[in-house]
Design a protein around this ligand. Structure first.
Ligand code: NAD
Ligand code: DAU
Length: 355
């Protein structure tokens, strides 16, 4: 068996990763360490099938808690850390940046320190890997041409991307200085089941269902490069197993779309599911609102390195995976109600009241 520590596994990508990894790797045991902030929901992983559930354990705790980390490393003798835990929402980082420094920078530093201690005490298993999941936002904004490569200089625009950039630098420094076997991934925008409804795709789906305005920042022509979450998880397993320590890998979907195109597509898909006529098209709900400060114009990944060196390409087409995401949300309204707490409603009011 291989034992892995997954941090932030009760969030969107972590949940999908744990489900996917336990299903396709029958020799993995996963400990999920998650503080359960507003974005974490342990119920996401409560109904695991038998044969899988036995290889999973949830621990509520904070990645900044050094003594908890030491005791977990001692107890489980992990073969690696797969580090998702973060504050992940750009708009929240604009309203309150401190939590981003605390979790994304200090939290990552504490995890690295726990690993360094293992190494110093000669308790690190052979083949150990520290897989740090980061974002393409560290590279800043692109104009209409060009792509982010692993050599693109960091140029973060938001407190979120600044905190992720800082964390990436620490991870890379621990490889260079201490020889810690680290891997860094910088991925584009994910979508799929279990995404918290503060992010564009689930927010728009739910607002369509509830006939609320569909807020589009600025002129709606900002571009994101969309990747289905299961493809991201699959790429992470490939990198964990085949990646070269000290290296960075960009992960992208090759599906660049303007925000307005995404919103149009979602209106049409949901209208189709709900049997709306052309006259009732949800496109009428679109509302252009004040832009996000520091809003990056375009992200686009050059994924040549992961394709050529690790032989990985995405398996899902954007159109099909977006349809199945819409269906997942429409069929899981109970899950949505459970994550939309009072805290969520307060956030929506705060973010959108002046736009
Ligand atoms: P998310 O916000 O849905 O989940 C984050 C999880 O981390 C939550 O379960 C939360 O409870 C947990 N967490 C937060 N602070 C913690 C702490 N101090 N200690 C322990 N747990 C804590 O985020 P996500 O969208 O699943 O993103 C996961 C990772 O992937 C992040 O590092 C993010 O930067 C990166 N990423 C996300 C995307 C995307 O499109 N969502 C794209 C590229 C990279
Ligand atoms: O690129 C990877 C990043 O993708 C991850 O690192 C982040 O964790 C993740 O949140 C995501 O960041 P974005 O800011 O790109 O995602 P978000 O869903 O918040 O917004 C997507 C685009 O839609 C962006 O251009 C802003 C716009 N938007 C968003 C919201 C919430 C709107 O126009 N209206 C909205 O209400």
């Amino acid at each position: 068996m291989k034992n892995y520590l997954v941090t932030g596994g009760a969030g969107f990508i972590g949940t999908n990763f744990i489900r996917h990894a336990l299903a396709i790797r029958s020799d993995w045991y996963i400990v999920n360490l998650d503080a359960l902030t507003y974005a974490g929901n342990p119920a996401n992983l409560e109904n695991l099938e038998s044969g899988i559930a036995e290889r999973y354990r949830f621990i509520r705790g904070d990645i900044r808690d050094a003594s908890l980390l030491d005791s977990l490393f001692l107890e489980y003798n992990f073969d690696g850390v797969i580090h998702f835990a973060a504050e992940s929402h750009v708009d929240r980082s604009i309203h309150g940046p401190e939590d981003f420094v605390e979790t994304n920078v200090i939290g990552t530093f504490r995890l690295l320190e726990a690993c360094r201690k293992l190494q110093q005490d000669k308790k690190m298993p052979d083949g150990f890997r520290f897989l740090h999941i980061s974002t393409d936002e560290v590279y800043g904004s692109l104009g209409p041409e060009g792509y982010f490569t692993e050599q693109t200089p960091y140029d973060p625009s938001s407190p979120y991307s600044a905190s992720k950039s800082s964390a990436d630098h620490f991870v890379k420094a621990y490889f260079r200085t201490y020889g810690l076997p680290t891997l860094v991934t910088n991925c584009s925008n994910n979508y799929g089941p279990y995404q918290f409804p503060e992010k564009l795709i689930p927010l728009i789906i739910l607002n369509i269902v509830e006939e609320k305005p569909l807020p589009i920042y600025g002129d709606g022509k900002n571009i994101r490069d969309w990747l289905y979450v299961i493809d991201h998880c699959d790429a992470l397993i490939t990198i964990l197993e085949k990646g070269v320590p000290g290296e960075t890998y960009n992960i992208g979907g090759g599906a660049e779309r303007e925000n307005i195109e995404i919103v149009h597509l979602l209106c049409d898909l949901v209208d189709d599911r709900l049997g709306h006529s052309d006259r009732e098209s949800s496109r009428r709900l679109i509302k252009f609102v004040t832009d996000r400060p520091g809003h990056d114009r375009r992200y686009a990944i050059d994924a040549t390195k992961i394709q050529t060196e690790l032989n990985w390409i995405p398996g899902y087409s954007f159109e099909e995976a977006l349809e199945s995401t819409v269906d997942w949300f429409l069929n899981n309204m109970k899950w949505i109600d459970s994550v939309r707490s009072g805290n969520y409603r307060k956030w929506i009011e705060q973010n959108y009241q002046h736009r």
